[in-house]
Ligand binder design. Structure first.
Ligand code: HEC
Ligand code: HEC
Length: 135
């Protein structure tokens, strides 16, 4: 094989290797505003939390917490405009805290199958559980 052909083959292999690495390791920060969940969470994991824990646990839809973009009228998931989203973050921290302190779980994360207390434990499909008087 001539030198130049060899060079082409090597460059070809090298770029395949780079594409391969990029494919298995998605760039960190596909989500831009995570403050409680890990930055490198997969879309599958995140969606499971949003649907199973949040929507089903509270009996709400995405836009209960996520503000609509005024131009596109689609939810802007990274926006913190709705206070419910910040309350949900506080609730995530509280829920992890209960599991860690009282159930002695190490690094419990909302959505983990091992956690003892979930959003649904208190919410039971309602957005505002608790005292009848505070509802
Ligand atoms: C009970 C409130 C609540 C509901 C309901 C909810 N979310 Fe979220 N969502 C959050 C919170 C809180 C965060 C930020 C988590 C953090 O800071 O780690 C978030 C983050 C996200 C993000 C990441 C945005 C970014 O770029 O940072 C996406 C995407 C998302 N939610 C999609 C959805 C979808 C789709 C639904 C409906 C199926 C949904 N959410 C329902 C509270 C909610
Ligand atoms: C230990 C019980 C408990 C757990 C666990 C819990 N919550 Fe709550 N949550 C409450 C109570 C009680 C209220 C109502 C507070 C009030 O009436 O002011 C509430 C209120 C909220 C609200 C405000 C609703 C509104 O209409 O203002 C959001 C959002 C919320 N919780 C999200 C969550 C999410 C998400 C989780 C799981 C990560 C969670 N909560 C876990 C007890 C809990």
């Amino acid at each position: 094989m001539s030198i130049s052909k060899k060079a082409i083959v090597i460059t070809g292999l090298a770029s395949m290797a780079i594409i391969g690495v990029a494919a298995v390791k998605p760039p960190k920060g596909q989500y831009t505003n995570l403050q409680v969940l890990p930055a490198d969470i997969s879309a599958k994991q995140l969606n499971k939390i949003m649907v199973d824990e949040f929507e089903d646990g509270l009996g709400v839809t995405c836009v209960f917490c996520h503000a609509e973009n005024k131009d596109t009228h689609k939810p802007d998931y990274a926006s913190d405009e709705k206070p419910e989203k910040e309350i949900a973050r506080a609730m995530m921290r509280m829920t992890s805290g209960i599991n860690e302190q009282y159930f002695e779980l190490k690094h419990p994360m909302v959505g983990d199958s091992i956690i003892a207390v979930t959003c649904n434990t208190c919410h039971n499909g309602q957005p505002r559980p608790g005292n009848e008087e505070t509802k």
